[in-house]
Ligand binder design. Sequence first.
Ligand code: CMC
Length: 428
Amino acid sequence: MSNKATLEINGNTHELPIIAGTENEYALDIKSLRSDTGGYITLDAGYKNTGSCESEITFLDGEKGILRYRGYSIEELAEKASFLEVAYLLIFGELPTNKQLERFHSDIRKQSLVDDDVKKIVDAYPRFAHPMGVLSSLTSALTAFNPSSVNVDSEEDMYNAIVKILGKFPVLVAWTMRKKQGLPLGYGDNTLGYVDNLLKMMFEKPNEEFVHNKIIIEALNKLLILHADHEQNCSTSTVRIVGSSHAGLFASLSAGISALWGPLHGGANQAVLEMLEDIKADGGDTKKYMAKAKDKDDPFRLMGFGHRVYKNFDPRAKIIKKSADEVLGDLGVEDPILEIAKSLEQEALSDPYFVKRKLYPNVDFYSGIIYRAMGIPTDMFTVMFALGRLPGWIAQWREMRLRKEPIGRPRQLYIGKTHRPFKSIDKR
Ligand code: CMC
């Protein structure tokens, strides 16, 4: 197989090197296209065909429905690993030994205090603020409380920044929710596991003993693992591109949280639940909503369906659907919207519109049903996604800095007015 592709422009040929990945994927290297061709660039709205980097972190085959972190299949990790083990794997490249994991967790615990002054910032937000806006802004505020920049050439500096954010982020998540509910803002219990501690920080009431629920801890552990990385999606690309200007880790993460918030990305989990509630309130007529989703004059989309990369089942959705059944059964929760979701899925999978466009349920379709069964408010769903995605964002940011990638700065094709003389205001 040739390792070059040939491009012909106005009778001139240009050779483009072909780069191979480790999973039989190939890329045309267009690094010198513009200089070699006298100014030609490629146009690819939404970057549907554009690779922004070479990465060793996550492999995704959207046609076959495969997702692997550092070579390990998502199915095995969700079944057998803890969220912190997966975080370590994503960030540092290998599964930790017992000793490495203990040290990692202990260092994260040591960083689990947030400056008490941050509470004043939380207090200043109105109760009606969306938790994602609050979380993004609190993450950004951490830069003010931790102003020293990370020396990315120092392994120790990098490690300290990583354990710092992994320690403080769950506190910010809990405070974001508690502020809305008028609950006091506290700190966790460092004798607990990472996920157990998060749940305690979120749900503990000052006048009641907190009850640890193994089913909820395990289900949340699985959900966080399933969300932990997804290669160059919108929020991750945001984190990498912000970081490429050498902005700090916390600032880059804050930008990633904002990108995740949108309903076409992480915000879809909230949108799915709201859609299912609307269908229920409207008499549960799923066919009516299927018709709306297919009507090109109707802006309605079936939220939780379709994916830029998966043209087959999203492997995460398969695991979450099974888990939704188990968790609701184990907790003894009967939620009629689970049945509505299953009917919608059934209809979509045999509907020619969805079949032709290869639209399958994605990670967000069933996750909200589990979050709701755990008692997590709907507008906190995307915040939970952000917590899950945190290790992925960190791993991608670290990789980008260690590979010394250049600043991200796309080109454009200008289609505006050509040069014209200025007209003074009285002549316009
Ligand atoms: N309902 C109805 N039609 C859809 C849907 C949907 N959910 N998704 C895509 N389509 C149609 C779309 O109208 C288009 O039709 P046509 O070819 O006739 O113009 C075709 O399918 C291709 O869609 P697209 O918008 O060009 O595809 P995309 O790769 O740009 O968008 C997507 C991917 C995820 C933004 C889109 O499928 C969508 O809006 N889904 C609903 C929102 C959602 O569930 N987002 C979560 C994504 S997974 C988690 C994450 O990324 O955070």
